[in-house]
Write a protein that binds this ligand. Structure first.
Ligand code: AMP
Length: 613
């Protein structure tokens, strides 16, 4: 099928030709003819990367009455980043149509946005809160709105925009069409379809909840305390990585990014505590590939639409499987391949099974590379860099007689060994002390066998304290929100939090017992969406006493004190920083087509691919 056959107007076809879009993608092929009808509610289950922006953008532009400058289309999406991305795309599609597109989002001057709307806005791309604010201020004339698009609806609901979306859909004209796009179809999204749409056409690209098949999913089993070390090895093993590391909280994101940067990796954080200009700066650096590794929270990374991301690293798994879909979907965009790497502890094997089941995809188990493998990769990278180095003949010429005289007594092999060692010894020394980080997954946990232990007892068995929290689902709490609130208030990492159970009006969570006092002291009185929270150690585990350890834990279970540091590492790190900064500047080095796409990272042939660096 061609775009011409879809019935789009000439001006739109002209810009598509300029863009080099030759044929519609599957979602476009199915959505566009339907969305060009008058009455056309629509549900599209599609990931980013499938061409869904054009799937709704082209018919929207096509339907614009160019004689009016009032809003006729509203596009609502979860983040400012996505808002700007959609606006950019639509402006390109509408290059030859009089169709001003205005983006409005929180954290920016509302009066400027009001002025822009006043000047004329056929399409408004908005985040829910800001749009509602503008509607309440009567800054947007809604009477001509024909189509309302909800993009990444599942994510907007995850982020707590449920009421805002309801308000927007209630306020806009009854006659409007609603076009909903979502990567997954949880209950809340289905409810919107049921409430606000009439017999929508439902198009699913692939199975519901399925992810892109070009993504290879690999999990690694490590101790909780070795997560950071494991991430470093994965990065060292993939020197050309252009990647996103996902953490569960702002605190963890900041800590991981800071540690990586301190150790010379080209990494920066992206999370909600950064100011907008800071976020823009980080994103601009990441987009231009000046920045190699972005460490982000789920919320901050929404809408990141960057092609060529080679790896997504899950520092730990998100609580919602849907979030894993979003995370992994940041790689393998527009037909490319990529890897989503997940670190789990031995007890988390069931989480992988659950994602596999829900996403209808398979994970393979990977092995965190050992010292020898990483040293080989890094050594070959050093050799390749040396081969490729640009010799400044004029500058070095005058020193050559002296240099040659110094090496007079050595043969070629000896000289090469000396130069390589000068650069490489510190790396070898660092990894010399590095052990094997791989653990075995628990094959048949009590949970999988369907055994049901008293939850408090189980928490104690695992060396955790079980807490009661005074907010629940009814207050808008979900596992992600609980993690954010508790970790940010107590200043702890999310990986010390274990099981989370959200009930209607309260919740329970397990935390490594070492943090019990900290939680009691800092979380009590914290606000969550206007409600003051209280926490207490639950009665259900009083039998064993909070934090008391049963004798059946054998070796005493793991503690995640966070104090794991390799004492000899600092020397290596500080020296290495410079080398890595240099690596960071070499944009081209990270841009090559080698996407480390092979499955095994341990075979010789796979490793040899890295030699081209
Ligand atoms: P999206 O899913 O909207 O984020 O689109 C993913 C990427 O595919 C973007 O870079 C689009 O510009 C590109 N794209 C969308 N539709 C087409 C098409 N029909 N042909 C070629 N590229 C496309």
């Amino acid at each position: 099928m061609t775009f011409e056959e879809l019935g789009l107007r000439e001006e739109v076809l002209k810009s598509l030709k300029e863009l080099g879009f030759e044929a519609p993608t599957p979602i476009q092929e199915q959505a566009i003819p339907h969305l060009m009808k008058d009455d056309c509610d629509f549900v599209g289950l599609a990931q980013t990367g499938t061409g869904k922006t054009a799937a709704f953008g082209l018919p929207l532009i096509n339907s614009i009455n160019t004689k009016s400058n009032r809003p006729q289309g509203l596009i609502i999406c979860p983040t400012r980043e996505l808002c700007l991305q959609i606006t950019r795309d639509l402006e390109i599609f509408a290059k030859y149509v009089k169709c001003p597109v205005v983006s409005v989002y929180g954290g920016a001057d509302i009066r400027r946005q009001m002025t822009q709307i006043k000047k004329g806005a056929s399409i408004i791309v908005a985040t829910p809160g800001r749009l509602l604010d503008l509607i309440k201020r009567k800054a947007i004339q809604l009477s001509e709105v024909q189509n309302v698009v909800l993009d990444e609806a599942d994510e907007m609901l995850n982020m707590g925009f449920k009421e805002d979306i309801d308000d927007i859909l209630e306020t806009t004209p009854k006659s409007k069409n609603v076009w909903l796009f979502s990567a997954t179809m949880p209950k809340d999204v289905a409810r919107i379809a049921k409430t606000y749409m009439t017999e929508p056409l439902e198009v699913s690209i692939g199975h519901k909840n399925q992810t892109n098949e070009n993504i290879e999913h690999i999990y690694y089993v490590v101790k909780d305390r070795d997560r950071y070390e494991a991430v470093k090895r994965l990065i060292d093993f993939h020197p050309k990585i252009y990647g996103l590391i996902f953490c569960r909280t702002k605190h963890e994101t900041g800590t991981v990014a800071e540690k990586l940067a301190r150790e010379g990796y080209n990494a920066e954080p992206l999370h909600g505590d950064l100011t907008q200009p800071m976020r823009d700066r980080v994103m601009a650096r990441f987009r231009s590939k000046e920045l190699q590794i972005l460490v982000a929270t789920d919320v901050a990374a929404r809408g990141i639409d960057v092609d060529d991301i080679t790896h997504v690293i899950n520092y730990n798994l998100p609580d919602d499987n849907e979030n894993y879909t979003h995370r992994s979907g940041r790689t393998a965009r527009a037909g490319k391949t990529g890897q989503s790497l997940v670190l789990i502890t031995p007890k988390e094997g069931f989480k992988i099974k659950s994602i596999e089941k829900q996403m209808r995809t398979e994970f393979s188990q990977g092995q965190i590379p050992n010292a020898e493998e990483i040293c080989e990769i890094q050594l070959m990278k050093l050799i390749q860099n040396t081969i490729n180095i640009n010799v400044k003949e004029k500058d070095i010429e005058k020193f050559m007689p002296q240099i040659l005289a110094s090496f007079e007594t050595m043969d070629k092999t000896e000289i090469i060994k000396k130069f390589v060692s000068a650069e490489f010894n510190r790396f070898i020394e660092y990894y010399d002390r590095a052990g094997d980080l791989n653990q075995r997954a628990k094959q048949d946990s009590g949970r999988e066998r369907g055994e049901r232990k008293d939850k408090g007892q189980r928490a104690r068995d695992e060396g955790k304290t079980r807490f009661f929290l005074s907010a629940g689902r009814r207050d808008g709490l979900n596992p992600g929100a609980l993690l954010r609130v508790v970790c940010d208030a107590a200043g702890i990492k999310s990986d010390v939090i274990g099981r989370i159970d959200i009930m209607t009006s309260y919740a329970f969570f397990d935390v490594d017992e070492a943090h019990t006092e900290r939680i009691l002291k800092n979380v009590n009185g914290t606000e969550f969406e206007g409600t003051k929270l209280s926490v207490e150690v639950t009665n259900t585990q009083n039998g064993g006493g909070k934090g008391s350890r049963g004798g059946d834990r054998g070796s005493g279970g793991r503690r995640s004190g966070g104090g794991f540091r390799r004492s000899g590492g600092s020397n290596f790190r500080s020296k290495r920083s410079k080398g890595n900064r240099d690596r960071g500047r070499g944009g081209s080095e990270r841009r090559s087509g080698d996407r480390n796409g092979g499955s095994g990272r341990r075979s010789g042939s796979d490793r040899s691919r890295h030699r081209g660096r």
